[in-house]
Design a protein around this ligand. Structure first.
Ligand code: IMP
Ligand code: MG
Length: 191
């Protein structure tokens, strides 16, 4: 299990407002960078000589995937897939495949690159599909996890940080499509 993200006190970074919600600073970009680099080191140790295929899940994982691959020192390919399970701040529980996976995964080692595991529904429905396509191995590399919200049995082998059951934005993660641009991660402030 990945270790907890440390909340930090910003002196000069302010709150952000998206629609009717206020968000306060939560995870500093330097901590994100350190944890992403540490996760990449584990992949570097485990995947030498294996030529895996990384499947980054859009939209949320775009920033994490871009930073992660810059630390990888083994040959690999990267593809992007898009699913949808979220509506505003609540998971809909329904996962729809939006952009299918056209690549041949037969006998490939697959690493799914995901921004955050919340209920786990998205990964739980995706993993069997990848195995059906003949993948030799399938592992998850997630930036974040909310273990307290997990509703399905999934094994997240590679995870950079875990957080409590709170809604966050920034570093690729959005609230209603906005807030992906921030280099730090912010948490919703309950009024
Ligand atoms: P799950 O299927 O419930 O695990 O939901 C996973 C997806 O929900 C992630 O890929 C995110 O896109 C989205 N998500 C979950 N928690 C958050 C959050 O706190 N902020 C933004 N998006 C989130
Ligand atoms: Mg996502």
């Amino acid at each position: 299990m990945c270790s907890f993200a440390l909340k930090f006190a910003f002196s000069n970074t302010s709150m952000i407002t998206i629609k009717d919600k206020q968000f306060e600073p939560f995870i500093h970009h330097e901590q994100i960078a350190d944890r992403v680099a540490a996760l990449a080191e584990r992949l570097n140790a485990d995947y030498q000589g294996k030529n895996p295929i990384l499947i980054a899940i859009l939209n949320g994982a775009f920033m994490f995937a871009a930073d992660l691959v810059r630390h990888l020192n083994f040959n690999h390919e990267i593809q992007f897939a898009k699913f949808s399970s979220y509506d505003g701040m609540d998971t809909t529980g329904k996962v729809t495949e939006l952009i299918g996976l056209s690549i041949d995964l037969k006998d490939r080692d697959v690493i799914v690159v995901e921004d955050i595991i919340d209920t786990g529904t998205t990964m739980y429905s995706l993993l069997p599909k990848l195995r059906e396509k003949g993948a030799k191995s399938v592992e998850i590399a997630a930036l974040l996890m909310k273990p307290g919200k997990l509703q399905v049995p999934i094994d997240v082998k590679y995870c950079a940080m875990q957080i409590p059951n709170e809604f966050i934005v920034g570093y690729g993660l959005d609230f209603d499509g906005m807030g992906r641009n921030y280099q730090d991660i912010y948490v919703v402030k309950e009024n």
